[in-house]
Design a protein around this ligand. Structure first.
Ligand code: BES
Ligand code: MN
Ligand code: ZN
Length: 477
């Protein structure tokens, strides 16, 4: 359930107040004394919980006034959720008129930060304390209610995507991911889910995704969600494609042991896609959409595909396997083809695709590639507005020769130790079909090895893509 947004004067468990740095004349009267002692400085992410005449007041630092942006507000709100982890309940947020962020955006950022910052990845801990207490209601002025409710919904969906990415690969398999899609579809009118198994994929000639899945006893699934609202605009179908490798051991081209556990997050693109289309449905946006999750487990089993194998993809093209660890582009190849076959006119794929993209951009921005200028700018702008940040990378036909194969139409890897994100994008380009397409390589921000020190607070799944997809779809409505 998303956090409830209240506008009445419900008696809250805590009042949260923003404090800029340094806490000057504008500081809330209740905090004037403590600001004077130097105990409260207004640094971004700083919190101080005070009990004043029976009311709990949380001071939340946002840093210097002029540099306050939505990121600072989310981070401050997340710190408040953390400070209140043994309290929870109803939180009253006070907006600050003098800040350079308009009231609606302030409210949205504070709600988002409170909900995202209250998330705990420790669901599998059995200690007696139990999970932290959540903020379940937020009190805000009436004129920002709609923006706050939208933010509450998106943050809750983002946390659901984080949950999926954090689920251990013994619990989240391609089949259980398909069951999550069924459960989501059951929540929403006009959203339906289905899944193809290996036999149905074979019938469609999907020799790429089925090959990747063959090394595991957990069979691959092509999970498909369709959102078909009656009032949708004609002629536009948003196609969302998510890499959903529930565990990437690398296959026969086995990965080193160190850090391999993080490869449970190799379905983060699919998680963002699933809860992205769920958010679009929950918001009731009048845009037709289809989500295709390419789900498989990449293990080195006795029936696993091998380097040297030549695969036949659904679009008729042949692929020589150089490295079974370059499995993401293979499952996406068939999924992209399927999304187009089902009528997608504008395609966005989300994938934790290359380690090199994480090296390039670190844990904050995802890199993206696009074959259409207008679509590229829409996608980038939706990222910027939503907080799922994107930075452009180039598609160019001269990269194509590095994936030429002597035996087949292309190969899935290259001995060239250069430009691996761009070569992967050129590979996908072969399957992207006609019409606008953007490929997001979210290897960095999809799953965090350590906290980023921002409003997500904790390592693990980030839910990247949920807010991006909702913002993009809203712009198409
Ligand atoms: N899932 C990985 C990419 C990845 C690495 C995501 C680190 C997140 C963090 C992907 O399947 C992979 O193994 N890519 C290889 C491709 C190479 C073999 C061509 C890579 O980038 O090393
Ligand atoms: Mn891999
Ligand atoms: Zn992978």
């Amino acid at each position: 359930m998303p956090v409830a947004i209240e506008t009445g004067d419900a008696r809250p468990d805590a009042f949260a107040v923003l404090v800029t740095q340094p806490p000057g004349d504008g500081v809330d009267a209740r905090l004037a004394d403590v600001a004077g002692t130097g105990e409260l400085r207004g640094e971004r992410g700083e919190t101080l919980v005070l009990h004043l005449d029976g009311t709990r007041v949380v001071a939340a630092g946002v840093g210097p006034r002029d540099s306050v942006d939505e990121d600072a507000l989310r981070t401050a709100a997340a710190a408040v959720a953390h400070a209140l982890r043994r309290v929870g309940g109803t939180l009253h947020w006070q907006l600050e008129e003098s800040l350079p962020v308009p009231a609606e955006r302030q409210a949205a950022a504070l709600v988002e930060g409170t909900v995202l910052g209250g998330y705990s990845p420790g669901r599998w801990k059995t200690d007696e304390d139990g999970p932290p207490r959540e903020v379940t209601r937020i009190v805000l002025p009436r004129d920002v209610q709609a923006a706050a409710e939208r933010a509450a919904l998106l943050a809750e969906r983002t946390n659901r995507a984080r949950d999926l990415a954090n689920m251990p690969p013994n619990e989240l398999t391609p089949q259980t991911l398909a069951e999550h899609a069924d459960a989501l579809a059951a929540e929403h009118e006009h959203l339906t889910a289905s899944a193809l198994g290996p036999a149905e994929m074979d019938e469609l000639g999907m020799g790429a995704i089925t090959a990747v899945g063959r090394g595991s006893r957990n069979e691959p699934r092509l999970v498909v969600l369709r959102y078909d609202p009656p009032e949708a605009k004609d002629g536009l179908v948003l196609g969302l494609v998510g890499k959903s490798i529930t565990f990437d051991a690398g296959g026969i081209s086995l990965k080193p042991a160190a850090g391999m556990e993080a490869m449970k997050g190799d379905m983060a693109g699919g998680a963002g896609t699933l809860h992205g289309i769920g958010a679009v449905a929950a918001l009731g946006l009048p845009v037709r959409a289809i989500a295709v999750l390419a789900a498989a487990e990449n293990l080195p089993g006795g029936d696993a595909f091998r380097p040297g194998d030549i695969l036949h993809a659904a679009n008729g093209k042949t692929i020589e396997i150089i490295n079974t660890d370059a499995e993401g582009r293979l499952v996406l190849a068939d999924a992209l083809w399927y999304a187009r076959r089902e009528g997608a006119t504008h395609v966005l794929d989300l994938a934790t695709l290359t380690g090199a993209m994480e090296l390039a951009l670190g844990d904050l921005y995802a890199g993206y590639f696009a074959n259409d200028g207008a679509w590229s700018e829409r996608v980038r702008a939706a990222g910027e507005r939503s907080g799922d940040l994107l930075w452009p990378f180039p598609l160019h036909p001269r990269y194509r020769r590095y994936i030429d194969s002597a035996f087949a139409d292309m190969k899935n890897g290259s001995t060239l130790r250069q430009g691996s994100p761009a070569l992967a994008a050129e590979f996908l380009h072969e399957f992207a079909g006609e019409g606008p397409w953007a490929h997001v390589d979210m290897a960095g921000p999809g799953f965090l090895d350590r906290s980023r020190g921002d409003y997500l607070r904790v390592p693990g799944g980030t839910g990247f893509g949920v807010r991006l997809i909702a913002e993009l779809a809203a712009g198409l409505a």
